[in-house]
Design a protein around this ligand. Structure first.
Ligand code: UDP
Ligand code: MG
Length: 313
């Protein structure tokens, strides 16, 4: 009987220090899971250091290693999509190269799929230890907002690290949108997911590519991708202001008729004007955000472009 195969997709962007350590750890686990075949699919996301050469060295010594090298940096989301598309395994997992996703959990994840018959085994960090408190605060706010306003459920602390069946992979691949927000896409497709919890681990080497600002923009990306509630808020805000100003107009007219009007109140007028134009700009910005996404989506640009793969060696 042919062995089942697990494909490990590893998005790599400037990970020259971590790749050899990662490889050692993962192969150790792979060797322990003897009744399974493995495929290590490295996605070189346009690194500008020695990452590609490090991967090529591995291809030479291990036939299980494959790679795709992008023509430039397309981002982790694109790397994930490419990996899912090119992986051939019966199960596919996505793992960071920095060992922040402990490979040792793979065994348990496989059990969850194989024995407990789940479709997906996800991982979630239960602690945000070692993270600046302000970042944790914003992260929590983000999950509150997105879960209240969209009809999919996003789990706080959920990682991209998950093991899924071929069926789930094919479902995710059906979602061909250009603006990809994987956390949302994985919940969108549904299926039965079991969450395994673990403590946060620091990356083994190199640096995180996520600054606070990048994370903030990513959060907005997620909100725009999965809910249109901000548009409704803009509309409701407009309506409320209309009603309030209508009442104010009547009040002023009545007041003028009864008391006649001494000129005055221009500072308050300026404040109101500024406030109103602020709100108008804000709402236009919100609409613009959605419009921009639609614009990018209609272009139907490819999600990633391959420069070379292991077949070219
Ligand atoms: N990564 C990528 N393309 C990018 C940025 C990151 O493929 O543009 C990869 C990176 O090499 C790593 C994973 O995504 O394997 C997670 O990145 P990182 O460790 O910087 O993020 P963090 O763990 O801090 O969220
Ligand atoms: Mg990391």
């Amino acid at each position: 009987m042919q062995k089942e195969k697990i494909s490990i997709v590893i998005p790599c962007y400037n990970e020259q220090e971590t790749i050899p350590i990662f490889y050692k750890e993962v192969t150790k686990i792979a060797d322990e899971m003897k009744d399974l075949d493995f495929e290590l699919l490295f996605i070189n996301d346009g690194s500008n250091d020695n990452t590609l050469n490090k991967i090529k060295e591995l291809v030479k010594i291990d036939t299980r290693v494959r790679f795709i090298s992008f023509s430039r940096n397309f981002g982790k989301e694109a790397a994930i999509y490419a990996g899912l598309e090119q992986a051939v395994g019966d199960y596919v997992t996505i793992m960071d190269a920095d060992l922040q996703d402990p490979p040792s959990m793979l065994k348990e994840m496989y059990q969850v799929l194989k024995i407990e018959k789940y479709d997906m085994a996800g991982t979630r960090r239960v602690t945000r230890k070692g993270e600046p408190p302000i970042r944790s605060f914003f992260a929590r706010c983000f999950y509150k907002i997105i879960n209240k306003t969209s009809n999919i459920e996003m789990i706080d602390g959920a990682r991209d690290y998950r093991l899924m069946t071929r069926q789930v992979v094919n479902a995710v691949l059906l979602l061909k949108e250009y603006n990809r927000y994987s956390k949302g896409l994985f919940s969108f497709v549904g299926f039965k997911t079991k969450w395994l919890e673990y403590e946060n681990v620091k990356r083994v080497a190199g640096e995180s590519k996520w600054s606070f600002w990048k994370l903030f923009l990513y959060a907005i990306e997620g909100i725009v991708a999965f809910t249109t509630v901000p548009l409704s808020i803009a509309a409701i805000l407009g309506l409320v202001i209309c009603i309030v100003s209508f009442i104010a107009i009547i009040f002023i007219i009545v007041k003028t008729i009864i008391f006649t009007d001494p000129v005055g109140g221009w500072p308050s007028l300026v404040c109101i004007l500024l406030f109103m134009s602020g709100i108008q700009l804000l709402c236009m910005g919100i609409i613009g955000k959605y419009l921009a996404k639609t614009y990018l989506e209609t272009k139907k640009r490819p999600i990633y472009i391959i420069k070379e793969t292991e077949k070219d060696l």
